[in-house]
Structures are given as C-alpha cells and as structure tokens.
Design a protein. Structure first.
Lengths: 968, 165
C-alpha cells in the first residue's frame, strides 16, 4: 500500500501547491494561479509532449479549476487523453473530463465513441472507468448510444462492474425515465444477484421506481422483508459489516423502501412489524451507525400503517435520542418526534422538556429543527406561544433565507389557527415590522382583506372594533423608523379605508398622518401611490358625509408635487383625487362608497346601459354599428383603428407589412378600448391592479347608474389571487373562535382533543414537579394548553379570550426573574467533546500526523526532556478522529499534551473495544495492527517528510510549526 | 441523493471538490466559499448537521466533520440519512487512511486523483455504491497495480520507491 505515484509529480507542481499554500491573500493566490494558467497554455500546445508530462498538465488543470479558475483551454486535451490505451492515462483523462464537462458540453460528442469502445473492453478496470464517465457525461440524447452496452454489463462476471452498471442505469432513469422504462425488470432480476453489493446497489434505482409507482411493487414486500431479515441476522459475508453492524447501509436503504411500500397499506405493513421491531430491539444504540439504523426504523414505523406495539418501541427509541447528550442524536430525536406526532400527538407531550431544551440550545441547526417540530404540532391552543417564539427567533437571526421561511410559517400558522382577529393583526404587524420585505406580497393583501371583511356580515360592531383597533395600532407603529414598504402600504390602505370610520379621529388628523408616511418615504412610489389613494378615500368619505373638506396645506403640496410626478401612475392618482374632490356629495358617494372594498366590481362589457341612447340615435337615423369582423378588409383597418385611438397619426404611412396576422382580433372587439382608454392609458405595474379595479372602474361606470354594480360575493376571492382559497379557512375559523368567545357556542373539536390529551398531560405534569417553573409554564402552554383552555369554559367561565392567559404567562416568564430555588430536572449536559458519542462506537482508521510526531522528535533533539517523553504518548493523539478539535487544534506542540494523555488513550481503547464486542471485527483488527506498529509509522513519516523537503517544499525557516502552517 | 463532496482545509481552501450535479466553475467556487462561511459560523460541540437549503435548493442538508486541519463536507438531500452520511464519511476517511497509511492533508493535495478514485468507488452518480472500506481499498489497489504496470512499461522514472512496502 501507499501513495504510489503520488509524489511523482514534478517539482513545478509541488512548487505551485506550496506557493498557493503560502499565499497571504486571495489576490496573491489568484495571481499565482493566473500565472500557472499562462504557463500551461503555452506548454500544453507544444508538439510531442511526453504522455506522462501531459498527464501532469491535465492534473494541474484540474487543480487550477478546483481553485475556481477557467481551464477550458485544456478540455480538449483531457478529452484526447481518454482515447489513450494506457489505463493510467485513460483514467486520468476520464477523471478530468468528468470534473470539467457537463453532460451538455460540446466536447461530449468526442467522448461518446470512446466510452462505447471502453464499455466493451476486456479489462474490467477500463470498463469501470467508462461507467464512471457514463454516470456523469451521458445526457438524454446520448443514452441510446451506450444503453445496449451498459445493459450487457449487467451480466458481467465482475461484481464491481455489475454494480456500476446498475448505478449507470439508475442514472439514466433519473435523467430520462422513458429511456430505460423497458429495463425495469432488470432491476428486479439484479435484486437476486449473488453479490450483496450488487443487490445493495439495486436498491437505489428500486427506491426511485417504487416512489414513483408504489402499487406495481407490492409483490416485492416479501422479498425485501426477507432480505432485511437475512441482513439483520448476519447472513452476509463479514466484509459487509461496518463497526460490528451487518451491512448497515443496505439495512437503511431497505427500511426506506419498506417505508414507501407500507405507507397506507395495512396488509403490507403487517409483514414488516416483526422485522422492524426486532431490529429496533436489537439495535446497538451505542454506535453511530446503530443509531442511524434505529432512526431509519422510526421513520419507517411512522410511515407505515401504525401498530401500537412497534410504535411504543419507536417512542422509546426517540426518548433515548432526546435524552442523549450528543447534539446529533437530539437532532434526529426531534426529527423523529416530528414524524411520530403525525400518528399520535401524545408522544410529544412526554418529551416536552427535552423539546424546550432543544429550543434554547445554542446549536442553530437543532433550534431550526425544533421550530419545524413546533410548526407541525401547532394547534389552536398553543398557536400563540409558538408563533410568539418563532417571531422572537426570527428577530434574532440575520440570514434572510431562514428569516423568510420562519416569517411565512408564522403567517401560515396565524392564518390557520388565529384565536382572534385582534391577535392575528398584532401578529401580522410584528411579522411585517421585522421581515416585511421578505414575506410574500399576498400576505399583505390577505391582511388587508381580513380587516376589510371582518367576521362577515353578522356582527358589525365587532367588525368596526377590529378596524378601530387596527387603525390605533397602525397610528402607533407608524412612527417607527425603517418600516418595510409592504407594511407601509397596508398602513396607508387601512388608514384610508377606516381611519375616519369610527369618528374618533378627524379627517385632518388622519390625512396628516398619511401625508407624514408619504413624506418620510418619498423615494418609494408604491407607498406614495397607496398614500394618495388613501387621501382620496378619506376626502371622499368626508364629502359623502356632507362635511366640508379642508385640505391640509402639506397635503395640498404633496398632491401638487404628484401632479408633476415622473410616474404616470402617481400622476393619474393625483388627478383623480383632484377631480373627485371637485364633485358633489352624491357623485362622490357613488364613486367611492363607504366600506366597499370587499365588493366586487362588475364591468358591463356589453355596455348595456347605453342601449337606450343607441336606440334613440338609430331612430334618429344614425348608421348602425357593424362589428369589426363583419367589415370588409377588417383585419388591417381594425388593428389600425386601435392605434389611432392611441394617437398615432392615421393619415400617414401604413405599415401593414409589419403587422402580424391577427386571427384573434374578431374575438375580442370593443372591449380593449374600454379598459385601455378609460381606466388607465398607461402601462401599469401589475401590483397596482387591485387598486385600479377597486377604485377606477367605479369612477368610470358611476355616471351611468350604480344599478350595474351588484354584489357578487363569489368573485371576491378572485380579487386576491390564489392565496384566498387557503386563507378563506382562517376567516371561518376566526368566526368560530369568535362565537366561542361570546360564550354562545362551544366548539366540539378542541374538547375532543383535550379529553384525549388530558390524562397524559396530567401525568407528565406530575413528573415535572421539581422542574424549573418557567419551563413548566412554557411546556404547559405548548403541550398542555388544550386541556387548560378546555377546563375554563367547563367551569362556567365565559372566557372571552381563551388563550390570553397563556400568553401572559409566557410573557411573564420571559420578563420575570427565574425562581432560583428549584432544581432543574435535566442538568446541563457535560461538554460534548466526542461528538460521535461513545468511545466504543468507533474503531477508527487512525491518522498519525507525522509532522506532530516530528515536532516531538525535534524537540527531543533539542533536549527538552519533558516533551521528549510526551512524544511517545503524543503520537496517536493528533487528528481528532473523534471530532475533538478543541484539543488537537490548540495543543499542537505544547506540553499540555501530557495532560491530555487520556485523550490519546482514547483511540486505542476505541479500537480494542471493537474486537472485544465481537470476536471478528475485521475492520477494527486491521486498524489495530496498523496502530500497534507505531514505531515504523513514525520512521515512515520522517522519511515522507524528508522526501518532501528533498522535493523542494522546504519550509522557509527551520521552525516546523511554520511549515505546518504553510501546508496546513 | 448525494449532491457533493468537498474537502477543504481550515482556511477554506478546497482540497477536493466533487459535485454530482453540474455547477460551472464559478458557481462551485461560490458554493465552497459560502459553505466555508457556514462552517466558520458553527460553534464547537454542536451537531454535525446543517440545513443548506439556501445554497443547494430545498431540503439540502450538509454533514461536516473536522479532522485536524481538514473539513470534510457531504451535501445531500432528504433521501439520505444524516447519521449514515456521517458514517459514510468515516468509511471514506478510513479508506483514505488505509490507502495512504496515515493520511494527512498533504497526501490529499498531492494525490487528489487517487482520492477521486477512492471516492468514485464509494459514491457513483450521487448514490452510495460501496460502503465497505476494505472492498474499496481492494478496488483502488487493483487500479493502482494496473497503473503501476502500465507505468513501468512507459519506463518513466518516478520517485515512488520510498514507500516500497
């Protein structure tokens, strides 16, 4: 063994790597690499380059490209190298092209032929190299060129080839399912391959196939179960053991497949319970891979048809994960919990404290996962606490991506479970305040719609209360600096619609406030547009109410400024406002009726209100209208007409030659002019649509009788886009809640829920008696909330806001000082140094860093006796195979190592435990022997290092530490 | 499916990068840089898993592990199991260790073609192909035996004798 050929690179290449390693800055590195590229460009086109040299150039190209520089000038040489007969060169060529090219690159066409040839080669290594390339380089179009050869290889005598051929077919399936659809039976056949490796690789394509079409593979359940059983019973060759687990990766894959097959299928699931239960019971939870299998079992159990016994075992396993100190296992525990609660929500309640611990963990991954879990277990009873927490978390992070995700989840939960509209509006305000630019604009529209629609028609006072409270809250929030644009738009809209509705605020106060917003955000046209529309509404409500409008001077100047605005949209709004103000009360009332934002506007496309007028004219002898389609030569003229209306000169040249044939014109004759001339002559940004539809059409139609405007409630939803369908449910649930609040009716659903959960939460509460009350409170509000809220109405209270108490509590908990006296049930976990968890779990390959050993030796030479003695113990330390970075990172070359002697003892037990547990432990034995021959290793490392020096990678000084820095 | 395997040192220099979906060179560089940023922001003693959906699309996860100065990163989607990936990484490292007899960063820098060969035996087209490190070592050794034979035919002097064992 050994890195043969490794240091065979020329001094130039080593110099390059060294100088890049030494580079102090990215700029310096770039300079070196660009220089290298120049050299390579020149060298690579020289005639008669020895092949070996060429190979090195290619490797240098790969290196250069890995550092992020373009090496495309050399691609063709890599392609040429694949044609070489020498295996070494051919492999280098293939490696380079797979790294350089994508499947659609022009040069691929030059390789396909070679691949075809190589797939038929007698040398199986050549075939393997070609199969590697096939996986990366063959695209949909070239699949047919190599498919027959690859299929032939399924019967190859070498299992390595069969395995790769299966994978190649799998890849084809991913890229173009139709190309291999006739070969599906081959995968089934390979499942029975003698070689477990080939069988294992077949599971990958089968998994994909099954996930596409579960039903046609139900017959394989028996086979999969029996394979899994055989694997779990160690019927496979020992070489497939990994850390004393029999073929764990195959087990995992099989469990994934079973999860698919058993999902929603009771009969199939019944065949699996025994084996899955067995594996869970027998699993070795002390090793990493054992836990991986255990986790996969839980996933499988949660996916297949539930079985109480197996579920119990899974719940126990989850408990084990959550109690573990390793963050990795906690993470998986939380994830698994999220899967299990879909089946039975009680499980989460047993682990409430563990969940809360994870929520407060400094590990961001764990936190995010926990929020995902909370998101999944949100109910009407705990929505307030959860959304509160989510918003706190959202405010604490900077990453826009996750912020957006959390914000949209908050919105979704709030829309689904909001206990009251008040709360909903407050929550939305918070979300908008902190992440307004990140949430979907539709959310803003939904919020406006909610405020506008209120609870429906039944209760007007509640509606107006809601609106007044919204207005109040916005007047308060308005002053905050840096509000996002979407939120300001909502504020403007609400102030415009409802600012003066309850008579609490005068029109001049509201208009003044709106004007403030517009002035403070004078660069944001959207906000200004909303502001001017809001002003228009306030004024017209005033006029309609018969009051005299006194426009504030600042509003006046704002409008005047907009009249000359560059934005035609703003200009139009300003002009509209001006003309509306000039009208009398009756007209204004028709143009902008009070509180009509939810009413749909029906555009009378037939213009039927003109019928009388038309008839009259006809009677007077006017020419009847001939539809454009019926007119001769209609096409060119009609399209011309339209242009005319837009003011292009109709008398000059005709450009018919350039006009597209318009067969569709007749189908939509007079409608476009109506909308285009009357409504908005300007191309408008689409997001203004709602507004124009809401305001402008009324304006245009109004003069001819408002009888045409009729309520069409079904159309309301359309106005707000797709979202409304999902959000229409919140509004109904809101009304539900509302009824409860008034004590009129009691909802059935929660009571069912709570009766189910009550017992459990009692139990768990008893257990928590000596637990930090803060956490208890939180836990209660998260998990046990249902039973509490239920109790209150049962006791005869007409709880007006069932959940307000829990919220208060959680607030109090946040602000109040902690009661110190109580002992936490779950003490802080000890610092988790061995992140793989258990020393016994890993029989590791061991890294010996020769440099460090060298350091020790050098120090010894200098006569530092203490260090000298440490060099022996130091040897196996290094390299924190166990992720023990803190130790190895800092202690390099320091005498501290002596004190960490226990740390290096670590490794050897780790390895020797392996054979202990199971007499065979092949993998462990190998490493053990390698480990035992420590002496030669040190010598070898010295030799290695001496060679490096010989090769010119000498450190610039004698200090080995520096050398280490340079080369990492 | 596995989306990529990256080895980088603790200063963020890539030592080996293999993506199973195609990304142009600049994109790869950008990804490596941002992944390094992700790693740097991780505290010690936390889990080895990070969600990287902002870099690699929905549901992408990252498992990383640090071996002395070297970070090893696996990026994959929801079809893989995090802990199993951690062990696959272990298989990869064990294999390298066997092939280089006590691997260190320098070995990877100078022999990245061989590291690629190892990786190709373990992962093919984004799917786990072989998980027994002794099998992988066998396969890689076989390749290099053949190559050595080919090299000796070419009769090019090379400095490989130092490791003769």
């Amino acid at each position: 063994m050994g890195s043969q050929g490794g240091f065979g690179q020329s001094k130039e290449f080593l110099d390059l790597i060294k100088s890049i390693g030494e580079a102090r800055s990215k700029a310096e590195e770039d300079r070196i690499v660009i220089n290298e590229i120049e050299i390579l460009k020149k060298r690579i086109i020289e005639p008669d380059i020895p092949k070996r040299k060429m190979k090195e150039y290619i490797m240098r190209l790969v290196y250069v490209e890995m550092l992020g520089h373009d090496a495309s000038f050399g691609y063709i040489h890599a392609v040429k190298m694949t044609h070489d007969d020498n295996l070494h060169l051919k492999r280098t060529g293939y490696l380079a092209v797979t790294l350089f090219l994508n499947e659609d690159h022009d040069l691929i066409i030059l390789i396909v032929n070679t691949i075809q040839k190589d797939l038929k080669s007698d040398n199986y290594l050549v075939v393997c190299a070609a199969l590697n390339a096939v996986c990366k380089l063959i695209n949909e179009e070239t699949i047919p060129a190599v498919l027959p050869q690859v299929v032939d290889l399924l019967g190859h005598s070498k299992e390595a080839v069969r395995k790769k051929a299966v994978m190649a077919l799998h890849r084809f399936h991913q890229k173009s399912p139709s190309s291999v659809s006739h070969l599906v039976s081959n995968f089934r056949k390979r499942l029975c391959d003698n070689d477990p490796g080939v069988m294992g690789s077949t599971l990958c394509p089968l998994y994909d196939l099954i996930s596409e079409d579960v039903n046609s593979y139900k017959d394989l359940v028996v086979s999969f179960v029996s394979i899994l059983k055989q694997v779990a019973e160690r019927r496979l060759p020992k070489s497939y053991d990994y850390h004393q687990m029999p073929a764990p990766f195959i087990q995992i894959k099989l469990l994934k497949i079973l999860a698919l097959l058993g999902s929603g299928d009771k009969k199939a699931s019944e065949q699996m319970y025994t084996i899955v239960g067995d594996i869970m019971r027998k699993s070795d939870s002390s090793s990493n891979i054992g836990n991986a299998i255990l986790y996969e079992c839980i996933c499988c159990v949660s996916s297949i048809h539930p079985n109480p016994k197996v579920l119990d075992t899974a719940a126990e396993a989850v408990a084990k994960f959550l109690k573990n100190d390793s963050h990795n296992l906690k993470y998986l525990g939380i994830d698994a919990l999220g899967r299990l609660i879909k089946i039975s929500s009680e499980i989460a309640e047993q682990h409430q404290l563990a969940v809360i611990d994870c929520l407060e963990d400094p590990d961001d991954t764990l936190k995010r996962k926990t929020f995902e879990l909370l998101y999944k277990m949100t109910k009407p009873s705990n929505v307030e606490v959860i959304v509160d927490r989510m918003i706190d978390y959202m405010m604490s992070i900077n990453d826009n991506h996750s912020k957006t995700e959390i914000a949209s989840r908050c919105v979704e939960l709030a829309e689904q479970f909001a206990p009251s509209n008040q709360w909903f509006i407050q929550t939305m305000n918070k979300v908008f305040e902190h992440a307004g630019d990140l949430v979907n604009l539709k959310v803003a529209h939904n919020l406006m719609r909610l405020i506008a629609e209120g609870f429906g028609e039944e209760d007007d006072t509640a509606d107006s209360q809601l609106r007044s409270s919204a207005v109040e809250s916005y007047l308060r929030i308005m002053g905050e600096p840096k509000l996002p644009s979407a939120f300001l738009q909502v504020i403007c809209w609400v102030l415009g619609e409802y600012g003066t509705a309850d008579g609490k605020y005068s029109a001049s106060y509201i208009t003044g406030k709106i004007n403030d917003i517009a002035e403070a955000h004078s660069t944001d046209d959207m906000v200004k547009a909303y502001a001017v529309s809001a002003l228009m509404k306030v004024y017209s409500f005033e006029i309609a109410a018969g009051r005299k409008v006194d426009m504030l001077p600042e509003c006046q100047s704002f409008i005047e400024e907009l009249l000359a605005s560059n934005s035609t949209d703003l200009q139009q709004r300003a002009y509209e406002l001006q003309s509306v103000i000039g009208l009398d009360a009756r007209a204004v009332e028709n143009i902008i009726p009070m509180d009509a934002s939810c009413e749909d506007i029906v555009v009378d496309r037939e213009l039927s209100f003109l019928n009388g007028y038309v008839e009259e004219s006809l009677n007077k002898g006017a020419q009847p209208y001939i539809p454009e389609s019926e007119r001769s030569g209609a096409l060119s003229i009609s399209s011309f007409r339209v242009e005319e209306q837009h003011g292009s000169s109709g008398h000059s040249l005709r450009f018919e030659a350039y006009e597209l044939p318009k067969p569709s014109v007749p189908s939509r004759p007079p409608v476009p002019p109506v909308s285009s001339t009357e409504l908005v002559p300007v191309p408008e940004p689409t997001y203004h649509r709602e507004f124009h539809e809401a305001v402008a059409p009324k304006f245009s139609v109004s003069g001819t009788g408002s009888s045409e405007i009729k309520l069409r409630l079904d159309g309301v939803q359309k106005k707000w886009g797709k979202q409304t369908y999902s959000s229409s449910s919140p509004s109904t649930s809101d009304s539900d809640t509302y009824k409860t609040q008034n004590g009129a009716t009691q909802r059935d659903v929660p009571s069912n829920l709570s009766s189910k959960t009550r017992d459990v939460s009692y139990d768990s509460r008893r257990q928590q008696e000596e637990i930090n009350p803060e956490k208890q409170k939180l836990a209660a509000s998260l998990f046990g909330g249902v039973s509490k809220t239920e109790k209150r109405p049962a006791a005869g209270h007409k709880a007006s806001r069932p959940n307000s108490h829990t919220v208060d509590k959680s607030h109090a908990e946040k602000s109040g000082p902690s009661d110190g006296g109580v002992v936490k049930a779950s003490p802080q976990p000890p610092p988790d140094l061995l992140d793989m968890g258990e020393p016994t779990s890993i029989s590791n390959a061991t890294f010996v860093d020769p440099f460090k050993q060298l350091e020790g030796l050098l120090d010894l030479n200098e006569g530092t006796a203490a260090l000298g003695s440490s060099s022996a113990t130091k040897a196996p330390d290094f390299m924190s195979l166990y992720g023990d970075t803190s130790l190895s990172g800092q202690n390099m070359g320091t005498a501290d190592l002596l004190s960490t002697g226990s740390g290096d003892a670590n490794l050897i037990p780790g390895i020797s435990h392996a054979p202990d547990k199971n007499g065979h432990g092949t993998g462990g034995a190998v490493t053990l022997s390698a480990q035992l021959s420590k002496g030669p290793n040190t010598k070898e490392a010295l030799e290695k290092d001496a060679l490096v020096r010989q090769m010119g990678v000498n450190p610039t000084s004698q200090n080995p530490n520096l050398f280490k820095d340079l080369l990492g | 499916m596995i989306k990529g395997v990256i080895l980088m040192n603790d200063k963020g220099k890539p030592r080996l990068a293999k993506f199973y979906d195609y990304h142009p060179a600049e994109k790869q560089q950008e990804l490596i840089r941002r992944l390094y940023g992700v790693l740097s922001s991780r505290a010690e003693n936390v889990s080895n898993f990070v969600k990287v959906d902002s870099l690699f699309g929905p549901d992408a996860r990252l498992v990383y592990k640090t071996y002395a100065t070297l970070h090893i990163l696996f990026i994959f989607d929801s079809l893989e199991n995090e802990l199993a990936m951690l062990d696959l990484m272990q298989v990869f490292v064990e294999t390298m260790d066997k092939c280089f007899s006590n691997v260190r960063e320098l070995d990877i820098v100078f022999n990245f073609n061989k590291v690629h060969a190892i990786l190709d035996e373990i992962i093919l087209g984004g799917q786990v192909l072989e998980t027994s490190s002794s099998e992988v070592v066998k396969a890689v050794e076989e390749i290099y035996k053949m190559e050595r034979a080919a090299n000796s035919i070419m009769a090019v002097p090379s400095i490989t004798s130092w490791q003769g064992r």
